[in-house]
Design a protein around this ligand. Structure first.
Ligand SMILES: Nc1ncnc2c1ncn2[C@@H]1O[C@H](COP(=O)(O)OP(=O)(O)OP(=O)(O)O)[C@@H](O)[C@H]1O
Ligand SMILES: [Mg+2]
Length: 508
């Protein structure tokens, strides 16, 4: 047994995040930790990593009772954790990052050469393809994650905790990560994998523990017979429907029209390269593509966060090109951003403030320049209930919410703002299965009300399920726009790889 947590409880200001949880982690196994948003998964693992102290309960590592009062203690005990938001220093190299905070074997002198050799050896052993000399700022998200894993292994971890590692990875990167985790398991290490993607739990885990409302409700071995609906049932305590009603075809006129959009970055590289499309009122246009092909920048120009280098953006016939972000907001373009920490929320503010942050001086929440506190409070209480946001109350700060509940705050704010257009970038990332279905229904409901939705998602199933038409982006260009009637995943996959629609010719 690598770890045993017994009767662990943790409360935050009257909210019980963990309630007498038992958790047993075996050596040489990958252990899935499942539960709805706010169920207490991250809290339990933060306790094991020494970030929080439990209110009650005991922890045993390798059979001995331990007190883990800080992360450095956890690391001494061979426990490493990779958080969803990486803690790397961008301008420094891989090796420099890994050496940070570690004593040098050469006293006051840095031992870079030896560390680099050791890193290369570890990287070879676990197939973590990484150049130790590379600067973090030049690495993709998947590569940065590998650096975090390498760092934990370098510190001698026998127990590795990964909190939703695949939420930010492409399918290919996920496959590579899982191969690494399997090598670690075969090497006798213990891995905890937190994920909302049930196929992942079924495919790679040997065992699963399920939390609900802070309590452990199940612990089972994963077998060939384990199904998604069985896991969902244990998590939610009820069935969750995966099907949607038929798509309507009641479209209005063109609403959001973009013509020949181009964007050139500071390094004179062309990021968007002549983008053309239109979305009708009452239509969801899905945008499929491998991450990093211009999706993020397209969202930024469509919400006024960046100005295009050339081209035209028009909303209901009115040109918005060159206008400021606040004009895009007042014209009714809602934005669900990919990175909720950077652009979605004010982390230090409470829930009720975050819910009105974009229109606090609008008529809904102020009169004659004075804030209407009752309206603000009513709004927060209504949305908290409607979106099933789990928190100690509307005064809870955004930074204290679980990842999924932070995402729900953004969704609630943007969808409730009566938008004309919703630019939704990975709207269900980090959400549990029930919340995911709820958000998808909400997007359909908005579409049926005549809103135009641009849906960007790494999840092709989600795109196929919700979109009326599907555009595929590759290298800053739209490679094809398909009617979502009899599209196949294969067809989209080809376009995602840069193969032109119909022509069947590879450009590269
Ligand atoms: N530092 C904190 N202060 C106050 N409340 C907190 C704090 N950390 C967590 N909580 C609360 O504890 C509960 C459990 O949160 P936790 O982050 O463990 O959930 P989770 O299972 O990881 O959810 P998700 O899937 O959304 O990430 C949530 O209701 C959250 O708001
Ligand atoms: Mg969490």
């Amino acid at each position: 047994m690598a770890v045993e947590m017994q009767g662990v409880s943790k409360g935050f200001k009257g909210l019980v995040a963990n309630n007498k949880v038992d958790f047993r982690l075996l050596k040489g196994s990958i252990h899935g930790l499942l539960g709805e948003n706010g169920a207490g998964k991250t809290t339990l693992m933060n306790i094991l990593f020494g970030l929080y102290q439990p209110d009650e309960g005991e922890i045993f590592v390798d059979g001995s009772k331990v007190t883990i009062d800080k992360p450095s203690k956890a690391m001494d005990l061979g426990i490493g954790m990779v958080h969803q938001h990486f803690m790397l220093v961008k301008p420094l190299s891989v090796t420099q990052n890994i050496m940070l905070g570690l004593p040098s074997k050469k006293g006051p002198f840095l031992d870079t050469a030896n560390v680099e050799t050791a890193l290369l050896e570890l990287a070879r052993k676990y197939h973590l393809m990484i150049n130790p000399k590379a600067l973090i700022k030049n690495l993709s998200v998947g590569e940065q994650q590998r650096v975090e894993i390498l760092s934990v292994l370098y510190r001698g971890a026998e127990i590795l905790i990964l909190d939703e590692p695949t939420a930010v990875l492409t399918p290919q990167e996920t496959k590579e990560l899982f191969n690494i985790l399997k090598l670690m398991r075969d090497d006798g290490k213990a891995v905890v994998l937190i994920s909302h993607k049930l196929e992942e739990i079924i495919n790679i885990c040997d065992e699963v523990t399920v939390l609900r409302d802070g309590c452990r409700v199940a612990n089972e071995k994963i077998s060939c017979e384990t199904t998604k609906s069985h896991l969902t049932n244990m998590m939610v305590g009820r069935e969750v429907l995966f099907d949607f009603k038929d798509r309507s075809s009641d479209f209005g006129p063109d609403r959001l029209v973009v013509e020949n959009l181009t964007l050139v970055n500071e390094k004179k590289l062309s990021i968007l390269n002549g983008i053309n499309f239109s979305i009708r009122a009452g239509e969801i246009l899905g945008l499929a593509g491998v991450d990093g092909n211009g999706q993020k920048e397209l969202c930024e120009v469509l919400t006024g966060l960046k100005t295009v280098s050339s081209g035209k953006i028009a909303l209901d016939g009115q040109e918005l090109t060159g206008k400021k972000t606040k004009d895009f907001i007042t014209e009714g373009i809602a934005h669900i951003p990919e990175d909720r920490h950077k652009t979605g929320l004010a982390m230090g503010l409470d829930i009720s403030s975050n819910l009105i942050i974009k229109e606090f001086n609008g008529p809904r929440f102020s009169t004659k320049g004075l804030l209407d506190f009752k309206a603000i409070k009513d709004n927060a209480e209504r949305l908290l209930k409607e979106y099933m946001i789990k928190a100690s109350g509307i005064e809870a700060k955004a930074k204290d919410l679980s990842g999924g509940n932070q995402q729900k705050i953004i969704l609630a704010r943007e969808i409730s703002s009566s938008p004309r257009v919703i630019i939704a970038n990975q709207p269900t990332r980090g959400l549990d299965i029930g919340a995911t279905m709820y958000v998808r229904e909400k997007l359909i409901e908005q579409r049926d009300k005549g809103v135009s939705v641009l849906l960007i998602s790494a999840d092709l199933e989600e795109i196929l399920q919700l979109s009326d038409r599907i555009a595929v982006i590759y290298d800053g260009q739209i490679k094809g726009i398909l009617d979502n009637k009899n599209v196949s995943i294969e067809e989209i996959g080809l376009l995602m790889a840069g193969v032109e629609s119909g022509a069947g010719q590879c450009k590269k």
